[in-house]
Design a protein around this ligand. Sequence first.
Ligand code: NAD
Length: 367
Amino acid sequence: MEVKTLKDIDLSQNPVIAQMSLNNHEQILFCNDNATGLKAIIAIHNTVLGPSLGGTRMWNYNNEMEALNDVLRLSRGMTYKSSVAGLNLGGGKAVIIGDAKKIKNEALLRRFGKFVDSLGGKYITAEDVAMTSRDMEIIKMETDHVSGLPENMGGSGDPSPVTAYGVYVSMKASAKEVWGSDSLHSKKVLVQGIGHVGEVLVSHLTKEGAKVYINDINEERLASLAAKYNAEVVKADKMFDLDIDIYAPCALGATVNDDTLSKLKCKIICGAANNQLANEKVHGEAVGKAGILYAPDFVVNAGGIINVFYELEGYNRERAMSHAEKIYDTTFNIIQVAKKEGIPTYVAANRIAEQRIESIARINAVL
Ligand code: NAD
C-alpha cells in the first residue's frame, strides 16, 4: 500500500480525522497537561493482530502538525514491522513534544504514564529517541503497559544481540539468493556503525570467516574493534568506493541515496538501521535497477521488537532468539515474492504484512 500524504486530503474535512483516514489509523489520543507542560500524541494505527506497541519519542518539533505527521508515520511503520515478523502485535507510537533537556521531569513522565494507562493496554510503550530506561521506570509507576525494560526491572534488557542475530540470518538468506549458498565465508562485508548492533554483527561475520570492513565516527571504538575482530577500518570518504559484496548500514538512515547508489559495488544491502532508503519509492526501485538485492530494513531489524514482544510473555531470551532466526525464512520468502511479482522487495514485504493482517481480521470476524 502506498503512503498517502497531506496533498490527498480534502481540506473541507477536519484535518486530523482526514489524516487518520489516509492510512487507516484506528485512534489518536492527544494528551495535554498545563501543570507539567506535557503535550503528547499517542497514535494507534492497527490492533488487528494484537495490542499496538511502539516506543515513545521525545522531540522538539517545529509545530504540532509535524509531531502528528511523525507519530502517524511511525505508528503505521510499527504495524508493518510486527506483522511481517509474525508477531501478535499491532502498530502504535507516541511522541512527547518538547526539548527533553529542558522539560522532561518526573511529573511530566508520570502524567504521560497515566495517559498511556487510560488506553487500557491497547497501546504499550517502550523506549525511543530521547527516552531512557530510567524514564521507562518512571512511566511504569503509572501504568503496566510498558515494555523493553532493563533486566534489573524484570525486563528483557538490551535488544541489540537479538537484532544483530536477525540481521545476520537475513544476510545469509540474501546471500543464498544471490550466490546460491548462504555461506558468508570470504564475503567482503562493510559494516557502517559498530555500536550495539554493529559490533555483535561483526562478531557473527568474523566467526563465519567473512572479510569485514568497519566504519564509524567514533575513532576510539574503531581502533579497539578493529583489533578485537581483525577487521579493516575504512574512512567515510572511501567507504562507498570499496569493492565489497555486502553493505550493512548499522548507524543511521537514508544512506541508500542517489549519491551512494552511483558508487556502491555491492550485491546486497542488509543492515539494522531504520529507514535506509532516502526515498522509499525512488530508491526502493533504484537498488534493483543497480543490480543490488535490498533486504527491507524493517524486516531485517525486527529482532528489537521481537525481543520486546517476548518480555510481555515473561521474558525468555532463547525464545526471542529462535523467533529472530525466522527472519531468515521471512527474508527469503520476500525475495521470492518480489521476483515472482516483479516488484521491489520493500513492496513485497508490505504486501505480506498486509495479507497477514487481512487474513487474521477475517478470522477475528468469525463468531
Ligand atoms: P548505537 O547508537 O549503539 O550505534 C550506532 C553507531 O553508529 C555508533 O557507534 C555511532 O558512533 C555510529 N555512527 C553514528 N553516526 C555515524 C555516521 N555518520 N557514520 C558512521 N557511524 C556512525 O545504535 P544501535 O543500537 O547499534 O543501532 C544501530 C541502528 O540500528 C540504529 O539506526 C537503530 O535505530 C537501528 N536499530 C537498532 C535496534 C536495536 O536493537 N538496538 C533495533 C532496530 C533498529
